[in-house]
Design a protein around this ligand. Sequence first.
Ligand code: ADP
Ligand code: ZN
Ligand code: ZN
Length: 852
Amino acid sequence: MYTIAKVIVDVPSRETDRPFDYLIPESMRDWIEVGSRVAVPFGRRTVQGFVISLEHESSLDRSRMKKIQELLDHLPPLPPDLVELAEWMSREYACSTISSLQAMIPSALKGKAERYISYAEPDERPEGESEGSVEDGTGTEGLFSLSLLQPAEESEIIEYVKAAGPVTFTHLDARYPGRGAMIKGLMKRGVLTESQAIKDKLRIKTVKTVSAAVAGEEAEEALASFTAQARRQREVLAFLLEVQIPIGMQELLTTLGVTAGTVKKLAEKGFAVIEDVEVFRDPYKDRRFKPTAPLTLTPEQQVAFDHIAGRLDSHEHGVFLLHGVTGSGKTEVYLQAIQRCISEGRQAIVLVPEISLTPQMVERFKGRFGDKVAVLHSRLSGGERYDEWRKIREGKVEVAVGARSAVFAPFPNLGLIVMDEEHETSYKQEETPKYHARNVSVRRAAQHDAVVILGSATPSLESYHAARSQASDDFAPVLLEMKMRPAGSELPVVRIVDMREELKDGNRSMFSRDLHQGIVARMERGEQTVLFLNRRGFSTFVMCRTCGYVAGCPECDISLTYHQKSNNLRCHYCGYSEPAPSVCPECGSEHIRYFGTGTQRVEGELAKLFPGIRVIRMDVDTTVEKGSHEKLLNAFREKKADVLLGTQMVAKGLDFPDVTLVGVIAADSSLNFPDFRAAEKTFQLLTQVAGRAGRHHLPGEVFVQSYTPDHYSIIHASRHDYLSFVRDELKHRRTLGYPPYCRLILVTMTHENLQILVRMAENFVSDLRGKAQQKGWFGGLDRFTSDAFDILGPIASPIPRIKNRYRFQCMVKYRGAMDAVQLVRDVSNLTLEHLKDASLQISIDVDPQMLM
Ligand code: ADP
Ligand code: ZN
Ligand code: ZN
């Protein structure tokens, strides 16, 4: 029997990021497990914690160790494999163990300590306390003496707490307003005591149900026993006997038109039982999903499926990269792989980008697997999310579909993780813990000898490179390719429109003549158009509208960002800066300005240029409300609009039969984003958007408007040529030393005072450099040696100040098996300890996706 538990406490600080030893009280020893959530005393507080291991011995003195105060759930929220995964995540992403553990449970279980007040029996009170109250146990506590000894209200409060059990301070304060001092007095005298306990944000929802408590002969007797006055009770019992199963109290009352009192009396007689039964809040309860049957696979699908099924059957860990053009039927492969997995008694997780958690995606999984599917995403209410999660934990479902964090779905016997659109940036969490769901999936699958399928029409260069070279340290997926569309439809024709020519010919509008005519033709034919505004974050680069010239950094090959205040251009990576030009350095044109167009402006233009046009705008502003996403898409499907205009949101997973035209307003705005992945993101977006057109019987047409029509990402996307794109892009990455040829760690330091921050950041970088040199890590990334390590910066962050805190960053690039993350973490901890400056914060982002 274990007597010691190592507990990670929910106290967010560097010093507490280690396990603490607690004694397990006798009564809990049968129940406590690795992964149990507990309440423990910590300093003067009670805090929530997670048990990460159970021990017989501790290096600490038992008499000085504290006891676990409470076990918070009878089923631990985390199975042991997730606890182990959390510890791995904390090392891999340089974050605290508690933040990893918290990321794995629904927010409903993020309990906080509440203060409770309870009544203390006289013998429980500290000795020597003056009492003088009715509770001295002298046996004189009649109402009379009571009112003599103390004001009535004090006794009232005592009696109330005595009867109600532990109550929160807030509750008591609300019940007896203005009696704070009196309550305090009672606490001072020890009559009332204070304790802390963890309270969950949300409770399990229950409903009252009623069922018959008698059967057979007993029931006959019971029915015969009612008097004429108890006619209604008899009716209820007869009904309960007839339905045989427990029925909701509310339903019973409305069906029979009886009162709750009648049912209660029946229960008091022992003929019926009233029980609280747990219910699951089901976000999809009012929706019917059309059941679908497996399709006969095409030869390409069959080959892919056979590979996957082989690994599933042999219970071997394996990672597959399923590269299939849009509409090649990847989803059908996922569905059949899941079917195979669950028929073998294991469970499956399907990860989709948050943005594509549209009803269409959910429908495909619910349609095939019905009630076996739980859905987890951020648009559910806290309660709904909690209940979907409980269905997984309690083994009531076999498939979990969800965004990033669904990778932590606590299945006991995981067999398969599918990651659709594996290239999506939303798989990287931007807050602590800054994990990438792809890496976590691979790790988790390895724990379970399970299979991972990474699917995409445009795989990330990291995954594709790893599959091709089979040399990655982390994973080397098996590449599976699907090049055809089973439905037989062709990929749409993509035409690049040179916007410089438009300007030359006097067209100053944001729509080219071709796109303009295309929209008009669709309106006339009753077909639909999707307009896509390629916009990521704030795009403030400077471009010449005459020749397409974009100001770029001479060192880093990314576009410079325009800073309005200082009217200069700056590189977000190396800090290079130059004054903003007033004429184009290439062609001398004055049409050079900073660029950035919003959806609202496009909407306005549309109304002006196309009289009577009906537009649905979909962006972060119009989709705040729950369900709005769905509503807008339904309206578009029902052809209540000619045009669907939007950002990234319209690019993915949507499938409308009457969309025959897709227009990309400005392909360049993502291309010139200050990010070494800009070309990759542009290629991916254009491919995705183009895949929206002509998916059914009507052929599709795509116009891509650009000021840099010769860019390889735009040309290859227009030809649906992923391989050529990869070839060109890998060349760039290799030359410049970016992933997949190295890994990155972004360190951001913030402080209220700029001068202090600059000094600290410089010290940090030189410390890091010194330590790396001691280890002999330094080697140029440009020399293609197998091991390499380099530090760029420190420079001001792209967003140099947030909430009055200045931000500086440095970027570590490395290649090889060295533990660079640990070194960065150590130096960061040393810096924080050494400086003891409370204002300084250091954040570490491993494999960053956003370089802000
Ligand atoms: P992807 O996920 O690769 O973009 P989808 O799974 O959406 O592709 O498939 C595109 C279309 O092809 C869907 O309408 C789907 O029902 C259909 N489809 C997929 N597999 C088959 C098949 N084996 N036979 C017939 N139709 C199929
Ligand atoms: Zn120019
Ligand atoms: Zn630069």
